[in-house]
Design a protein around this ligand. Structure first.
Ligand SMILES: Cc1ncc(COP(=O)(O)O)c(C=O)c1O
Length: 391
């Protein structure tokens, strides 16, 4: 095996780069999770998470990846046989709906054109037609990591209000929290699914649900079988969270990542994600000349600031291009998921990232396009630099 020199440029849309100071903060001996020293760190972590979520609600945590939070959120809020309305915007919303079916729920689906995102009037109509209020919850993915499109949550809330529907609003923020503007309480979101390994700049290892007062009321009536994920059990614990062993070192990391986010300022973090994302988009638009790769998303207003999905020209496989980028330039890009496998590659630009890191990634992509003889317009990196220098 040949040695790869320098640092790998990790441009996957999660897990993401972990800042060195977060790595250092986690490098410490084991501590009893009931030790008062740890409980103080834990409490600070939960308080900080609430600030990032912009909520005064409850937070329940699990030693699990995002899938655990998907499952916990459904189990704690719903009962077997309940109907849920799924906004089907891509691979991840499909996955959450498949899980709901396996758990004995009945998903009803509003389909979106994956390249254009959800039409809110279709959601409003689906809710209006449900005159008996059979639908107990609406499931939405804020940022579809597979397509690089975001769903405007304030518009979704407005559509639900306009339909006068009382369903709970459940939102997956796994690839948006700490990267895109998100306001749980202001937007009337009842349950938020989040995870450690993306905008929070931590290793994979915990996920969580934030729950509104309305969600807590629904929890009292929800009778789906659950044990490890049971919020009622968690509320009897000193930390009011976790059933089982707590991943203590991650909370020392969380303390540091929250410090970094708040030192930069949450609004500035969001602005930086926008600035870098726009640079990536400008590069892709330049490459798209000469029948080159193009932005997968077709509605500029919906393009995500945490990940850019790029559609390859006909006859060219995205995975072959990713292999060139990895083998020759040590740059790790995301692949296409599900039906987009081979058609799309994804540039992750969320978490701990700056201009030169993004330009290095874009430069490696442009070199890979050249090396693999994939048609493209030249000067994508130049276009990104023009934007970043002026921004
Ligand atoms: C939007 C979204 N939801 C859910 C998941 C699943 O999370 P996990 O892989 O942490 O289980 C992911 C993973 O990338 C995601 O991006």
């Amino acid at each position: 095996m040949t040695r790869k020199t320098g640092r790998q440029f990790f441009a996957n849309p999660g897990p993401t780069n972990i800042p060195d100071s977060v790595l250092r903060a986690m490098d410490r001996p084991t501590i009893d999770f009931n030790d008062p020293e740890f409980i103080a760190v834990f409490d600070q972590g939960v308080a900080g998470l609430k600030r990032v979520l912009r909520t005064e609600g409850e937070v329940f945590l699990y030693t699990a990846s995002g899938h655990g939070s998907w499952e916990a959120t459904l189990q704690n809020l719903l009962s077997k046989g309940d109907t849920v309305l799924v906004l089907e915007t891509g691979w991840f919303s499909e996955g959450w709906a498949a899980m709901a079916t396996k758990l004995g729920l009945h998903p009803r689906t509003v389909h979106a054109d994956w390249r254009r995102g959800m039409d809110m009037s279709a959601v409003q109509t689906a809710l209006k037609l449900d005159i008996t209020h059979t639908i107990k919850a609406v499931l939405a993915v804020h940022n579809e990591t597979a397509t690089g499109l975001a769903t405007p949550l304030a518009e979704l809330r407005a559509a639900m209000d306009a339909a006068g529907h009382p369903a709970l609003l459940l939102v997956d923020t796994i690839s948006s929290l700490g990267s895109l503007d998100f306001r749980m309480d202001e937007w009337g979101i009842d349950a938020v699914v989040g995870g450690s390994q993306k905008g929070l700049m931590l290793p994979t290892g915990f996920s969580f649900t934030a729950a509104s007062a309305k969600a807590m009321k629904a929890h009292e009536a929800a009778n789906m079988p659950r044990h490890y994920f049971d919020w009622s059990v968690m509320m009897t614990r000193p930390q009011r969270s976790f059933v089982g062993t707590i991943p203590t070192s991650l909370f020392y990391g969380l303390q540091e990542s929250l410090r970094l986010i708040e030192l930069e300022g949450l609004d500035q973090v969001i602005a930086r994600h926008h600035r870098l994302a726009e640079a990536a988009r400008r590069a892709v638009r330049t490459w798209s000349a000469n029948n080159g790769p193009q932005l997968y998303g077709l509605d500029p207003a919906r393009l995500s600031d945490s990940v850019t999905a790029v559609l390859m020209p006909d006859g060219h496989n995205a995975n072959a291009m990713r292999k060139v980028a990895l083998d020759r330039f040590n740059v790790s890009l995301g692949g296409g998921l599900g039906k987009l496998d081979g058609q799309v590659f994804r540039i992750g630009h969320l978490g701990d990232l700056n201009e030169p890191m993004l330009l290095g990634t874009l430069g490696a992509i442009e070199m890979s396009l050249r090396a693999a003889e994939i048609p493209h317009g030249r000067g994508g990196v130049e276009a990104a630099m023009d934007w970043l220098a002026a921004a």
